[in-house]
Design a protein around this ligand. Structure first.
Ligand code: ADP
Ligand code: MG
Length: 689
């Protein structure tokens, strides 16, 4: 299949100086903007548009920018002040309203603006004085083509009007050379502008619809190319990374599922099947499992790990904190020990001889399943035959750590689990090369957590509510916010609240304290005491955010709740509501801004994590969703992940089908797309030979 070599000539890959009016000086300036070729110039996207549509002045608000056209109604009068300063005033009949137009520092207009002359003016509207201060103007009335004008990101001396002019000139000279890259059938199917027309409309839109169509085409093109790249990577990962077919025992897996104290929900059954199918397949699994807090992911992980162990392979479960590692180890032990599986817990607190022994046993395959923190991916840890790695709450692991894990030399199947529901658009973008399984259902019989928003001055009443739960034998969490810049302040917060509550509950109830500064032994002890109900109230920083499971806790109080994002609040809230008892979550907050108040309202109304994550995305935007450090999101020129989700879904589906189809790799109509794919660096051209 040598047709894939880059033999195609592209007539637009020529220096910008080929455009009339662009000399070496301008070329240098354009180079600064990353524009080297005529193609770069034509593909330089406007980042917004100036609106020159004509409007009725009665609809325009004070200080708004507006474009009007009309007939000059009076001789211009000029006033001079200072050496070079002047103010020219003229009356204009715009529609049937007589207004004033002011031009600063253009005294020469006095000769040009004659009575009855038609003119178009853009400027700021002063409603009280019925005056427009002109920013732009031109003789005559505007053509339709002026309704929107592109605005480009510029540097140095380049002026906006020049940029518009050069791009216009490039389109005149080379517009006919713009080549389509999407197959004709696709343009028809989606009623998309062809590339030529789309660039014309992008830079010189006739009207709003024309502009929308141009954007629509480029959004789709951009998302399709991105998804093609992701799907191609996925194909390569699966087919070329030496995965093995794991023949686990169907019967033993069934037996294990039958031994559980409950029936799997149908959503759990669905994802278990997806995962088992991947494990059995010769290709390597690279899958994201998402499910709301409490949807029962742990058991799904246990089934997958068990399946692999029945094939004589080892499994590893990695979690972000030691507390969580211990909890998981405990619950997996309960489930899997009766099945004759050997489990081990490996954290940084396993030291010395004990550690050496454990590592030895892992290396010789005497341990089937190991549970630990990221200490697990340190070099010293060797496995005999690692078949499956599961990471829980994966977004807390860096992208790099994810990669280390995949490349550990064993080519295991990899399953990433997350309890932070990720909006689908972000999931298929940031994790586009992965398969996604979703548990979209809660186990039966769960009660909805009653969530209330209280102001700080209502704390007394909140504490009365808390005590009512404690009297029933239940337990409570009090969470203090994490201040990223200052862990110190953070801990201080928790310490203060702890002191206040200790004072409040006196000898009636025990109040524990948990924060990131404690040693892991101290943390263990606090957690153990809380789990054993020796401590009834646990004051904590967000250390308890992920995964902690104390079903007897039914009351969650979150201080300064406005500091948290929706997804995080939802995570915290998920620490309660883990039993048949009614649970409560109180958000103590006094948000000043509108979005803060909006967030509190949303929390009291919505208990579905996926819905919350979508709202979070709307409120915070894609960049903030994953936190600053490791968003892993690509930057798009045209597409917007919040608003273009439908296009994203379509592009994704199309890309999946294309990559799987023979036609995509062979048919001439896909030639240009294949070429783009190679240019994107997704893989080497030879991969297809
Ligand atoms: P998460 O998805 O947040 O990790 P867990 O796996 O911790 O949730 O499950 C939460 C609780 O629900 C656990 O106590 C677990 O035993 C229980 N659970 C899981 N699946 C089911 C089910 N199908 N029916 C009833 N309870 C279940
Ligand atoms: Mg979990």
């Amino acid at each position: 299949m040598v047709a894939l070599a880059l033999t195609v000539t592209n007539h637009l890959l020529i220096p910008v100086t080929e455009v009339k009016g662009i000399g070496e000086k301008i070329e240098a300036q354009l180079n600064e903007l990353g524009i080297l070729t005529v193609q770069d110039l034509i593909e330089y996207p406007p980042y917004r548009y100036e609106d020159y549509r004509l409007r009725n002045l009665t609809d325009v608000r004070h200080d708004e920018r507006v474009t009007v056209q009309g007939k000059i109604h009076s001789e211009p009068s000029v006033m001079y002040f200072g050496r070079r300063k002047s103010r020219l005033l003229v009356r204009l009949l715009a529609g049937n309203i007589l207004i004033k137009v002011v031009f600063f520092n253009q005294p020469y207009l006095k000769k040009k603006l004659e009575v009855n002359q038609l003119i178009t003016v853009t400027g700021k509207w002063d409603q009280h004085r019925q005056t427009i201060t002109a920013q732009e103007w031109k003789m005559g009335v505007s053509r339709e083509g002026d309704s929107f004008q592109p605005v480009y990101a510029l540097k140095g001396d380049v002026k906006l009007y020049e940029m518009r002019k050069w791009i216009g000139q490039a389109l005149i000279q080379f517009g006919s050379e713009i080549e389509e890259i999407l197959p004709e059938t696709m343009l028809k199917q989606y009623k998309l502008y062809n590339r030529k027309r789309a660039f014309k409309a992008l830079h010189q839109p006739q009207n709003e619809i024309d502009l929308k169509q141009a954007r629509r085409r480029f959004v789709y093109e951009e998302l399709l190319l991105f998804q093609l790249k992701m799907q191609a990577l996925r194909k390569i990962e699966r087919e070329q990374s030496g995965g093995t077919s794991v023949s686990y025992s169907d019967e033993r897996v069934k037996e294990f599922i039958g031994s559980l104290p409950f029936q799997l929900t149908s959503a759990q059954t669905k994802v278990v099947n997806e995962i088992l199918k991947d494990i059995k397949a010769p290709a390597r699994m690279n899958r994201l499992l998402q499910g709301d807090v409490g949807s029962g992911k742990t058991i799904v992980a246990a089934i997958a790990l068990f399946a692999v162990s029945t094939a004589g392979l080892q499994g590893a479960l990695m979690v972000p904190t030691e507390i969580l590692a211990e909890q998981h180890a405990n619950s997996l032990f309960e489930l899997l020990d009766p099945m004759g599986v050997n489990l081990a817990l490996l954290t940084s607190s396993v030291k010395g001889k004990k550690r050496r022994e454990l590592l030895e046993r892992l290396k010789h395959g005497e341990i089937d399943i190991v549970i630990g923190t990221h200490a697990l991916i340190q070099d010293e840890v060797e496995f005999q035959n690692l078949g499956l790695v599961i990471t829980d709450e994966q977004h807390r692991f860096g992208v790099e750590q994810r990669k280390v894990l995949r490349e550990k030399g064993y080519h295991p199947d990899v399953l990433f689990m997350t309890a932070t529901p990720i909006p689908r658009t972000l999931a298929i973008t940031a994790f586009g090369e992965m398969d996604v399984s979703t548990i979209d259902q809660m186990p039966a019989g769960r009660k909805k957590i009653k969530t209330y928003w209280a102001k700080p001055d209502q704390l007394d009443r909140v504490l009365i509510g808390m005590e009512r739960e404690l009297q029933k034998g239940r337990q409570a969490y009090c969470i203090c916010p994490l201040i990223e810049e200052s862990e110190k302040l953070d801990v201080q917060n928790a310490i203060d609240v702890h002191a206040v509550l200790q004072q409040h509950f006196q000898n009636r109830y025990k109040v524990g304290l948990m924060h990131g500064r404690l040693s892991s032994e101290e943390k263990d002890e606090v957690m153990r005491a809380f789990t054993a109900n020796e401590v009834q109230v646990l004051v904590a920083t967000t250390v308890v955010e992920v995964g902690v499971n104390v079903p007897n806790a039914t009351f969650m109080l979150i201080y300064d709740a406005e500091r948290f994002g929706l997804s995080q609040l939802h995570q915290l809230r998920g620490r309660v509501g883990r039993s048949d008892h009614q649970s409560y979550c109180i958000l103590l907050a006094d948000p000043k801004g509108e979005t803060g108040q909006e967030r509190m309202k949303i929390m009291t109304e919505t208990s579905n994590g996926f819905e919350l994550s979508e709202r979070d995305l709307e409120l915070r935007g894609p960049g903030d969703f994953f936190g600053k450090k490791q968003s892993g999101l690509p930057e798009f020129k045209y597409a917007d992940l919040v608003h273009d989700y439908r296009a994203l879904e379509t592009a994704r589906q199309d890309a999946v089908e294309m990559i799987q189809s023979r036609a995509f790799w062979e048919a001439p109509e896909f030639q240009k797309l294949r070429q783009k794919l190679i240019e994107s660096g997704a893989f080497e051209a030879q991969s297809f030979d």
